[in-house]
Design a protein around this ligand. Sequence first.
Ligand code: ZN
Length: 360
Amino acid sequence: MFQSKNLQKWKSVTVRLKEDELAVLNTKLDLNGFKTFSEFIHAWVRGQYPLHENNEQVEKLIQNIRDKGVRDPLTGEFNPTFYRNVDSKDMLRDLSTRYVYLKHAKDLVRYYERYVDIFFTKPHLIASESGHKRAWICDAMRKFGMYYDRKMHNPELKILIEEIIKRYELNKKMRIHDRIWLADEGFIEAMVHKALEIDGDIGIIIKFAFFSGLRGEEITYAHETPICDSLTGCSCSKLHITQKKNVSIIVLNRIVGQKHSYFTIVPTTLWKMFKNLSKVTKEERNISHMMIKNHTESKATLMDLRKFHYNILCRSEMGEIGAEVLAGRAKSISAKHYLIHELDKISDQYSRCMLKTYFG
Ligand SMILES: [Zn+2]
């Protein structure tokens, strides 16, 4: 016969309240996120409520940092637990309202869940991760700090997170010019808008560089290579263009060493203006580079536009794989797959992400 190992006895606890007190209780439960009295009692017993008690731990951590580095004085380890009570579903709900694309919020929470323990207990282990991963982790932890502040009114955690990032050099070698993935979206947007302000022929080159995401030599190649007239199944070395609504898909099929570019997408009007330019050589590219530097107080360069392109599309509904394909970093097989099977989808995603925000 089946026998339960944990034959616990259950008891009911009741409480007598006046009618108007009951109304107060219900309001208080609601304010604190509980649907029922029982839910509240269970959370209280489990130590999940009140959450603001956790702030003490954060303060202790900060004191630890100030006194003897990021370590627990007793065990020699840094072992906080306050974040274990954080409900990542609630964090996702909070972040979802702050991003255009749910996927970006989901990715941040995923990184948070995967790395929060390591970040607060053995942050040195993160230092050996790739720059791309570290950027995500730092971004996820910072967003967690902001969420925590909104929820618990505790800005100290944000400071603690910054301290850990600084102390363990988790953002080392992540200056914008060294890295592909940029954590700060505000920075990207500001730089792109600045660069797009530049007008004239050079402005067209700059806009083409941003909207296509091509490398310098590929920009010149796209300008100089003639367009093929044949519409179907051609494998000649000219450019092949497909039009989808107001964007053009430009198939370059160019491979030079490790640098691949299969196809790119640009607004059709921009493509026409770009093709009409008389010269887009290294010299014009250098001028474009200088103009961007001047216009952004040396904070961005022509090369950075390619990174911005990648970052913006990565965070959009297109996602990492689509952005990698457009950046020529994916395997040719997945580029072909996109070109043959998902051209409508990817060009729609591109339009929604790039045209609405940046192409006026
Ligand atoms: Zn052809």
